[in-house]
Design a protein around this ligand. Sequence first.
Ligand SMILES: NC(=O)c1ccc[n+]([C@@H]2O[C@H](COP(=O)([O-])OP(=O)(O)OC[C@H]3O[C@@H](n4cnc5c(N)ncnc54)[C@H](O)[C@@H]3O)[C@@H](O)[C@H]2O)c1
Ligand SMILES: O=C(O)[C@H](O)COP(=O)(O)O
Length: 641
Amino acid sequence: MAAASTSTKFIFPPSISSPYSPSSSSSHQSKLKLLAFLSPAAASPISLKLSRSRPRCGRAPRRPPIVANALQSAESIEKSASKARSAEPGGAGLGSGDRPTILVSEKLGEAGLEVLRGYGRVECLYDLSPEELCAKISAVDALIVRSGTKVTRQVFEAAKGRLKVVGRAGVGIDNVDLQAATEHGCLVVNAPTANTVAAAEHGIALLAAMARNVAQADASIKAGKWERSKYVGVSLVGKTLAVMGFGKVGSEVARRAKGLGMTVIAHDPYAPADRARAMGVELVSFDQAIATADFISLHMPLTPTTTKVFNDNTFSKMKKGVRIVNVARGGVIDEDALVRALDSGIVTQAALDVFTKEPPPTDSKLVQHPNVTVTPHLGASTKEAQEGVAIEIAEAVVGALNGELAATAVNAPMVPPDVLSELAPYVVLAEKLGRLAVQLVAGGKGIQSVRVIYKSARDTDDLDTRLLRAMITKGIIEPISASYINLVNADYTAKQKGLRIVEERVSVDSSPESPVDSIQVKICNVESKFASSVTDNGEISIEGKVKDGIPWLTCVGSFAVDVSLEGNLILCRQVDQPGMIGRVGNILGECNVNVSFMSVGRTVRRKKAIMAIGVDEEPNKETLQKIGEVPAIEEFVFLNL
Ligand SMILES: NC(=O)c1ccc[n+]([C@@H]2O[C@H](COP(=O)([O-])OP(=O)(O)OC[C@H]3O[C@@H](n4cnc5c(N)ncnc54)[C@H](O)[C@@H]3O)[C@@H](O)[C@H]2O)c1
Ligand SMILES: O=C(O)[C@H](O)COP(=O)(O)O
């Protein structure tokens, strides 16, 4: 027996008060036969598979497909990991022959549409009202949007569990309710790289156009005027530009501005200073940036922290006569405050591509302001960027529907392919242990606390348990509730149900070849319908291992057993005596129930023993009753795996 040497413990998620009460009724038991991985609303879940080639309209992929995890089914993960299947539409998890329906609600580049059409049924319906979108959404598996579609909680609710992925063809995901998506187990992916240069170029275009009054002069000359002295501009060279948000777009703007001879400073609380320094850009505080700059260019995302971060207070701290460019999001500026700053002369000019409300009202004082240059959210609108974004998002969405997750998942943790492949059989084991453990719970008191112990020969930090935890959670919750659980929403759902999962990693002296030696699932503070599964410290406890790629049950309570976790399982506690296997085997055989495995575990010879019997079919009530009537059998339970 391997000895534990070290142990780490962490708790997830924190317990919350809502009760979580599994039913113990026999009707519930029969419901356990449900394929637990199927969504209650749609029998067409995403499963997970390894990366494989897809038709790509003759184009090379833009980025290596990082595979992970919008998982639904442990079995499909395991199958996928062992065999990377070819890319027939709907080939994984959508039901063979099903072609997923993909709704595209805003203009998407043709190259991306081609990728999508090669995979599923594509419906392009632009300018849907919120009501129309809600009416349509339960009929689609994926939705692709740009910045103009608000994917609200109502949309996720109206989807009734069918919507599996939202693809944002662009960077900003402020128009998608990520919390609601996560709660509904819907994956959100974006296309964060393909429009970076386009946005940066547009920022520079606005900067130069604003400095030289290009738009105003153009309008003037078209109105029949010739106003050379009115439109004298300012030079960029030698001026200080503050880049607010030194991410992808911000740093490309900085690079270009330096090429124009500007001094560039930047503010970004999360950007590494050495990356900035390498570009000759100094990272400074927010106040220092706005107080020093002649030009300010905004490149941060719209978040609760950045909303209206440019307001009366911050405008008042700016250098008088500053010029502002915004190709990020309109909501980072308090637009009324900007009008006041323009009127007072604190801000001399502004060039805006984005607005709090798009399109802005036609009588918007800001848009109509003579010192303001505007474009209708054109930052990403170059042919090149639109083609790139369309392909990037189409590949990500197709991948997600196929069970892959592109590197651009916004609301799910990434599990790299090598980790995934190695963990695949343990993922199946984890779900089966969860499902088995919950069936051992007698009703009455809800499950609130589960302990999971991963034994491994590897360094305790060298184990990514997110997948395993998600699958244990799925195994525990799905059979006894209407919840549909995947890696996106497993932790959230557990928290909602007040289910506290404590994970422990224990180093054992076994083969370091395997990432995990065994997994123990312990349900605390509940009664069991099979008393022998309860250990001395009052926990229902089961333990399993992977042998030759197959999940095995190796311990029930304090009894060692050895039975593969396939089909269904009967656990009997009996007086340890000869002939028991034959008697129970006969009863099952008479009813045409095929026994796949049998194993007897005992603590003391001729005292108590546990017999674990794997059966292919579910025995009928009479058969189970006959087993219960065998005199030496003290208790038994039938479990669906
Ligand atoms: N106008 C357009 O068509 C267009 C096109 C592309 C991107 N965008 C927008 O531009 C913005 C930047 O896009 P990106 O691709 O560079 O994203 P990014 O994630 O690469 O960069 C955003 C940067 O902002 C920083 N940041 C976050 N909070 C901040 C704060 N409070 N103050 C300063 N910096 C902060 C982040 O650390 C990050 O480095 C986003 O809002 C995106 O939606 C607009
Ligand atoms: O965040 C983005 O990617 C840009 O704002 C582009 O938005 P769009 O796809 O609506 O052009």
